[in-house]
Every structure is written in structure tokens, then in C-alpha cells.
Design a binder for this molecule. Structure first.
Ligand SMILES: *[C@@H]1O[C@H](CO)[C@@H](O)[C@H](O)[C@H]1NC(C)=O
Ligand SMILES: *[C@@H]1O[C@H](CO)[C@@H](O)[C@H](O)[C@H]1NC(C)=O
Ligand SMILES: *[C@@H]1O[C@H](CO)[C@@H](O)[C@H](O)[C@H]1NC(C)=O
Length: 397
């Protein structure tokens, strides 16, 4: 008798508890309607705040610190091999970098060096186990670059002195590589600017009417320099001797290429290589990530937090074109931009037959940024943190 009684008491207790719980839930619902079921849709301001927060996060920071430490200890970072495999998987090398190859001085057949199999005079060790020679100048350059890699939008104001310019440049032309350049004869207009910036070693010979002939700065990224470094004497200077090369670093191991090319550039080519201030990288990266996140959320309807995986966050970076535009914004009083943008009736690059776009960059996000930069620069996040007056920027199509 005892046990059934205890059991029915327990059942009764349970019924009372459940009843009380659902009553209080109902009460809560009645007091605060809709609060429990569906949270209100994120309004624009909250979404914007989320995008700004995510854009400020740098998922590659810890990895980069490890790479720098490994290099300083004389080991090739493991991520250098991973990046190579990543590029190979995406056919980046055959597609994108083909036109960056330069014919070698012919010694039996017009061979091109190959990223993974060439036996050229590359001065760097090819095996992960080999101890690297990191000389004091390289050690200093690597350390100070890494130390500067922080968010400091005021870097824009110091760009003229970082580029050793005595003063701001009145007018600058940035020449991108889009095939739309072939639709107009902007060559003379481009050359009429005080300074002309070119990108990724694009060829100009044979295209003077469309792209002009003058070059004051050559912008490349370190993936391209890495290929140049495999050529004898780092032969990668299509604009002639003395044109400074501005380079941003895609991975720490590329400092080895900088050192190799730096050593030859002073003797034979005389084109100084400047690694751009890492504070500019951080600023560019944040801006493009903000626009990329925004596009991701509106185009896919997915949560902004999923961007990292969708975009291979550790490999994602902005393009050389974006860096050139940011530098121009920092050093020029007026900026004209040529050869940016796609068109169904134009080739991808004016100087090659490359067809595909890479997923290394988010060009659509960069175009959205350029649009704001030209039309309403006051809304561009991060850029305005510097309290910096953006000069007029005009895009020629
Ligand atoms: C490149 O060479 C210049 C001048 O010789 C030197 O000041 C600079 O530290 C070198 N950079 C690197 C990364 O070795
Ligand atoms: C750009 O290069 C041209 C020569 O090619 C030179 O006359 C001009 O002064 C340079 N501009 C700047 C700002 O240094
Ligand atoms: C997002 O925030 C940035 C930075 O405060 C601001 O410049 C921009 O106008 C905002 N955009 C929207 C769509 O609210």
C-alpha cells in the first residue's frame, strides 16, 4: 500500500510542477508578447554593428605570429607549404600568374620557370627541413613589419613620407588591368597625371594608346614577387630600372623573396622594393572585409558569422588594385582610376587572355567600396576613423 501511494503522490507533484511551469510561461508570454517566440529582425544599425565587429577580427593573427617566430628561428613556416598547395588546388598558378612569367634568357628552348619544379637560381632553400639563413637586415625588417601590424588608420596621413615623397602629389592616375581599357584611348590622359601607378607587372609595350607609358610606382603583392624571385636576378621589372616597387606581404615567408630580390635590385635593376606599412594592410583588410561581409549577408541571407568559412578567411586578401587606391588616397590631391571593372564585352585583362576571376579576392566587395569612396566617402567605415579628408576620386569606364 505504501509504495503505490508514494508513486501517486509523486505523479501528483509532477502534474503540479508542470502546471505551474506552463502557467508561469503563459504569464510571461502574456506580459511580454512575442518576446519568447520570435526575436525581432535585426535592424540595420544592429547588423551594421555586427559587421563592424566581425570586420575588425583578424583570424590569421595567431597563425602569422607563429610563422614569424618560425622564420626568425630559421625554419620555413609550415603554412608556406599549405599556401602553395592551396594555390595549386585553385589553379591560381596556371590561370592567374601565367602573364607574370617572363621568358628566360634562352638556353635551348623557350622554357618558363615552373612554380614547383624549376631548377633555377632561386637563392632560397627548397626543403622544409633546411635551415634558413636569416641575416640581421631581414630579421629587423620582419620584426618591425610584424610590430607595426595593428589597426591605426592614421597611417594614411604618413604615407607621403613613407614613400619618400617630398610633398603630396597633385594628380595621380591608377591604371588597373581590365580589358575595358581597350575600348578607349586614355593613354595621353593617363600620362598627363603627375604620377602613374600600375599593378601586377602588367605589360604596357604595344598598348600605349590605351594605357600610357609613364610609370611612377609599381604595385604587386608578394605572391607575384615570389614567382619573380625564381628568375635569375629576380627579373620582374617591366617598367624599367628605378621604378619603385610597392609590395604588400601575403605571407611572412615571402620576406625571404623580398630579401633575395632586394639584394639583386640594388645592383642590376636598381628598382627599390618597399614593403608597405603593415598598418595599411590592416586598414585595407578591415574595409574590404566589412564590404564582403555585407555582401555575403545580403546575397545569401546567411549569418555574418558564417563568412569566415565561406571565404577561406586565412587566405582571403584584398587586391593590389585596392592597395594602390588606398595609397593614392593617402598621397594624392586628386585620384583618377582607369581600367577597373568588368564588362561582358571586354576581356578580363587587357594584356592577356585570362578568363577566370579568382576567389582569392572579393572583387564585388571592392567595387562596392570604390563606389562609396567616389560617391559618399563619409560612410566608409574605418577610413573615417583617421579623421582623414578623402580627396576626389574619379573612375573612368
Ligand atoms: C633592402 O635593402 C635596403 C638597402 O640596401 C635595406 O635598407 C633594407 O633593410 C633591405 N630590406 C630587407 C627586407 O632586407
Ligand atoms: C613620374 O615619372 C615622371 C617620369 O616618368 C617624372 O617626370 C615625374 O616627376 C614623376 N612624378 C613624381 C610625382 O615623382
Ligand atoms: C555602418 O557604420 C559605419 C561606421 O560607423 C557608418 O559609416 C555607416 O554609414 C553605417 N552603415 C549603415 C548602412 O548603417
Amino acid at each position: 500500500m505504501k509504495r503505490p501511494l508514494r508513486r501517486s503522490f509523486a505523479v501528483l507533484l509532477l502534474v503540479v510542477l508542470v502546471g505551474a511551469a506552463s502557467f508561469s510561461a503563459a504569464l510571461r508570454r502574456a506580459v511580454a508578447p512575442a518576446r519568447e517566440e520570435a526575436p525581432p529582425p535585426l535592424d540595420a544599425a544592429r547588423l551594421n554593428a555586427t559587421l563592424l565587429r566581425l570586420a575588425a577580427a583578424d583570424p590569421s593573427e595567431a597563425l602569422l605570429r607563429r610563422d614569424v617566430d618560425e622564420l626568425l628561428e630559421g625554419r620555413l613556416p609550415a603554412s608556406a607549404a599549405r599556401a602553395r598547395a592551396w594555390r595549386r588546388d585553385r589553379l591560381v598558378h596556371p590561370l592567374h600568374l601565367h602573364h607574370h612569367r617572363f621568358p628566360l634568357p634562352r638556353r635551348g628552348g623557350g622554357r618558363y620557370p615552373d612554380d614547383d619544379h624549376d631548377v633555377l637560381l632561386h637563392p632560397l632553400p627548397r626543403h622544409d627541413q633546411q635551415q634558413l639563413h636569416i641575416d640581421p637586415a631581414l630579421r629587423r625588417a620582419l620584426r618591425s613589419w610584424h610590430r607595426l601590424r595593428r589597426y591605426d588608420p592614421a597611417v594614411l596621413g604618413s604615407l607621403p613620407s613613407l614613400l619618400s615623397l617630398p610633398r603630396r602629389v597633385p594628380t595621380c592616375a591608377i591604371v588597373g588591368n581590365s580589358g575595358i581599357l581597350l575600348r578607349a584611348n586614355h593613354g595621353a590622359l593617363i600620362d598627363s597625371h603627375d604620377a602613374v601607378f600600375r599593378l601586377n607587372n602588367a605589360r604596357i609595350a604595344g598598348y600605349a594608346a590605351h594605357v600610357g607609358t609613364k610609370t611612377n610606382f609599381s604595385f604587386i603583392n608578394s605572391n607575384i614577387l615570389h614567382l619573380c624571385a625564381r628568375r635569375p636576378a629576380c627579373f620582374c621589372h617591366p617598367y624599367g630600372h628605378g621604378v619603385p616597387i610597392l609590395l604588400y606581404i601575403c605571407q611572412a615567408a615571402h620576406f625571404l623573396d623580398v630579401a633575395a630580390c632586394n639584394a639583386t635590385s640594388s645592383s642590376r635593376h636598381g628598382s627599390p622594393i618597399s614593403v608597405t606599412d603593415a598598418r595599411l594592410d590592416v586598414l585595407c583588410a578591415r574595409i574590404v572585409k566589412y564590404y564582403s561581409l555585407r555582401r555575403f549577408v545580403t546575397a545569401t541571407g546567411r549569418a555574418a558569422e558564417e563568412w569566415d568559412r565561406a571565404h577561406d578567411a586565412a587566405m582571403f586578401h584584398y587586391s593590389s588594385g585596392m592597395q594602390a587606391i588606398m595609397v593614392a588616397v593617402g598621397v594624392c590631391d586628386r585620384v583618377s582610376v582607369f581600367g577597373f571593372g568588368k564588362s561582358s564585352d571586354a576581356k578580363h585583362h587587357y594584356h592577356s587572355n585570362q578568363k577566370a576571376e579568382l576567389d582569392l579576392h572579393d572583387y564585388e566587395a571592392e567595387y562596392a567600396f570604390y563606389h562609396d569612396l567616389a560617391e559618399q566617402p563619409q560612410v566608409v567605415p574605418f577610413l573615417k576613423d583617421a579623421g582623414f579628408a578623402v580627396p576626389p576620386v574619379v573612375f573612368y569606364h
